[in-house]
Write a protein that binds this ligand. Structure first.
Ligand code: COA
Length: 279
């Protein structure tokens, strides 16, 4: 256990690390892991600690008990801050954006959302910001904002627009209808939906695959994906051209040199069929 992880409060968010994977659970099961200021400020500490711990190679986001997360806490995130000082409310919003998407989307380590149960409203923000997602078939998803009289704000609408086709996004935003894990897989909100009993093993197998890759290049791949989505084609070509050089130059394990040599000279592997051998 690293000092940074040992120093975490482990109250609103639980963290365990096993074989390179950090299992991060929002931990308000009695409130269906609704996101309150306690979770917000603790999650920022968790992301700091996991980033600086070398033993952590992959991060899994999930929830304690029967919920992934019931979204933002209507009392502690909306009603109470709305009635308080505007500056405190802005600070809370900034801190929430920081962990839920600004940092998570560009996080230097791969991230997987494991949707174990209820997943509503604001929970879509960090669900979509994770690189990959696995759901239990039994999970229930919903953009419930319309049901209690607000729009899917924060960054929920934009997250959903990025992840789903327009007809699906508009349907769920406008009706608030719930859907299960299988539908989430069908519409592309998660990569895989499996029976709940198989969910952890499925996540572990994906994490293992990611941890076998060159972490430096993996990070550049995911960041490059997010940035280029917002660029013109010409700008994207320029950006990716610069990044491929920067990645080759700065990669501590010089993966491209190894990969090429193992294929062209040693003929020890085929890049089309798997990764080069890392030391
Ligand atoms: N904000 C605040 N409190 C919440 C909450 C939320 N988003 N979601 C659940 N809770 C609280 C409930 O008020 C209840 O508190 P109490 O025990 O003090 O009465 C507790 O968590 C358990 O919730 P309950 O509704 O009894 O659980 P359930 O298993 O029957 O239903 C849900 C689960 C998720 C379907 C239901 O809690 C719900 O609809 N939550 C709101 C979902 C939502 O609209 N989120 C979007 C916010 S942006």
């Amino acid at each position: 256990m690293s000092d940074a992880i040992a120093a975490l409060p482990q109250q609103n968010v639980l963290v365990t690390v096993e074989e390179g994977i950090a299992w991060v659970s929002l931990n308000r099961p009695g409130k269906r892991n609704a996101i309150n200021p306690g979770i917000v400020f603790e999650m920022n500490k968790v992301l700091d600690a996991l980033e600086e711990t070398d033993a952590v190679k992959c991060v899994v986001m999930t929830g304690s008990g029967e919920a992934f997360s019931a979204g933002m806490d209507l009392k502690e995130y909306f009603r109470e801050p709305d009635a308080g000082e505007p500056i405190a409310r802005e600070r809370l919003n900034r801190a929430n954006s920081a962990w839920q998407w600004r940092r998570l989307m560009y996080y230097p380590k791969p991230t997987i959302a494991m949707v174990n149960g209820w997943c509503f409203g604001g929970a879509f923000q960090f669900l979509c910001a994770c690189d990959l997602a696995v759901s239990a078939d039994e999970a229930t998803f919903g953009l419930s904002e319309i049901n209690w009289g607000i729009i899917p704000a924060g960054i929920v609408t934009k997250s959903v627009a990025a992840a789903l086709q327009q007809r699906k996004a508009m349907y769920y935003i406008m009706t608030g209808d719930t859907f299960d894990g299988k539908e989430a897989e069908k519409i592309g909100l998660v990569n895989f939906s499996v029976p709940k009993a198989e969910m952890v093993d499925k996540v572990k197998s994906i994490a293992k695959k990611l941890m076998e890759k060159n972490p430096h290049v993996l990070r550049a791949c995911k960041v490059g994906y997010h940035y280029t989505r917002e660029m013109s084609w010409d700008m994207a070509a320029e950006y990716l051209g610069s990044k491929i050089d920067a990645t080759k130059f700065r990669d501590p394990e010089q993966g491209a040199v190894k990969g090429m040599s193992q294929f062209l000279d040693e003929k020890s592997y085929r890049p089309g069929l798997g990764a080069y051998k890392r030391d």
